[in-house]
Design a protein around this ligand. Structure first.
Ligand SMILES: [Zn+2]
Length: 395
């Protein structure tokens, strides 16, 4: 495979590689029925580079052929009350702010469709959701007439679909040719200047500064900062209305509308981030490795005392954590997850079994490593309810 030698966002050729990892599972959220299948899962390499010109970060070795999104894809975070509340608040905010009452919403990468349901509940009129992993049977039947589902990837063949708002949450980071993707959306909107465009995705600034390697994985071939995202939007014909950091600074939300190319308007203050990002590149890999070494030592120590170790969160962060740990990952017993659809399945790559929180009652692990600290409170409550006392540590 040839690696990508031009920035997919700005077309620039000044790329700085700063993080590499070999043979990581090509998918993090596909569920495997057996440990063998999970261990044999296709793997790809991470070669993460920074574009010196626009600050876009991406995997230059990404091979889209390894992508296999389907109805087996189980990415939903909607089993977390905290995440549900965040999504509901965001839907309300967007419906109110852009007066989408009774209007139509097109969601690209709608996942299981929960967010479109949120938008309708908050007052939007109708919704069309496109995603190769849609599961319409999980949606409340009373909303059926208002929602249309298309089980496919978004592409120019859907340019005829018109809507008052185009929503795209946690999807752009899975797209490698980001420039082409945005130009496609712009072309589909055509001459409808009132269309509002609303995106949400992870913020790479936090990933770099916190050395959050568990948020760097194969499915995410693309990483944006507030600046690189806004620059891409303008370059592809969108006027940026607002960019904000949300969810404890883990996510970026951008709100825009179609315009000429390049779009008018001055950069926002939040976009001035190239120097800060560039400064975080050099220490990143070393910080990652020392954190992983510490975890491996701690896990070995617990096992040496005869204790058990589990992680909480079997999604992408967990897959990535295990890939980073290497051999030491085999000392972790299993992954706990609150999504019942995952129980009894196995994690791609490392082959760890996924269990429900009830399992902790009988096993009493000494240490549970929490993959996303934002859920620490929620997990603590769940354990209290179950009467489990175990040490919770965030990754
Ligand atoms: Zn660039």
């Amino acid at each position: 495979m040839t690696s990508i030698d031009r920035c997919p966002a700005c077309g620039g050729a000044n790329l700085t590689p700063f993080y590499a990892k070999d043979r990581v599972a090509s998918h993090s959220c596909l569920l495997m029925d057996s440990e063998e299948e999970a261990l044999a899962f296709p793997k790809g390499d991470l070669r993460i580079s920074f574009c010196d010109d626009c600050a876009f970060v991406f995997n230059t070795d990404y091979d889209g052929h390894l992508a296999a999104y389907s109805e087996k894809y189980e990415e939903t975070q909607a089993f977390s009350a905290f995440f549900r509340e965040f999504a509901r608040d965001l839907a309300k905010r967007w419906v109110d702010k852009y007066d989408l009452h009774g209007k139509s919403v097109l969601e690209i990468g709608c996942g299981k469709g929960e967010f479109l349901v949120n938008m309708i509940e908050q007052g939007a009129g109708t919704g069309i959701g496109i995603d190769p992993g849609v599961h319409p049977e999980r949606i409340a039947p009373e909303l059926e007439g208002k929602l249309t589902w298309i089980a496919d990837y978004y592409s120019p063949s859907y340019n005829h679909l018109k809507a008052d708002a185009v929503v795209c949450r946690h999807t752009l980071e899975h797209i490698s040719p980001v420039g082409d993707f945005m130009r496609n959306i712009r072309e589909a909107i055509g001459d409808q200047p009132d269309t509002i465009v609303l995106f949400e995705l992870p913020d790479v600034l936090r990933i770099l500064e916190d050395a959050a390697y568990w948020d760097v994985y194969y499915e995410h071939c693309t990483y944006f900062s507030a600046g690189s995202l806004a620059r891409l939007f303008r370059a592809t014909g969108f006027e940026v209305l607002e960019v904000t950091r949300e969810y404890d600074d883990q996510y970026l939300v951008i709100e825009a509308r179609p315009s000429t190319v390049p779009a008018p308007g001055e950069p926002l203050e939040i976009e001035d981030d190239i120097a800060r990002l560039a400064a975080a590149l050099a220490p990143f890999e070393q910080k990652v490795n020392s954190s992983l070494d510490n975890w491996a030592d701690e896990i070995r120590a617990v096992r040496a005392r005869g204790g058990r170790v589990a992680i909480w969160g079997s999604g992408s962060k967990g897959v990535s954590f295990f890939a980073g740990l290497g051999e030491a990952s085999k000392l972790v017993d299993y992954a706990v997850d609150i999504n019942p659809y995952k129980h009894g399945k196995y994690m791609a790559g490392s082959g760890h079994l996924i269990v429900g929180p009830e399992r902790l009652v009988e096993d009493k692990p000494e240490l549970v490593i929490v993959m996303n600290p934002i859920y620490l409170g929620e997990i603590g409550d769940e354990l209290k309810k179950l009467g489990v006392t175990t040490e919770l540590k965030e990754v």
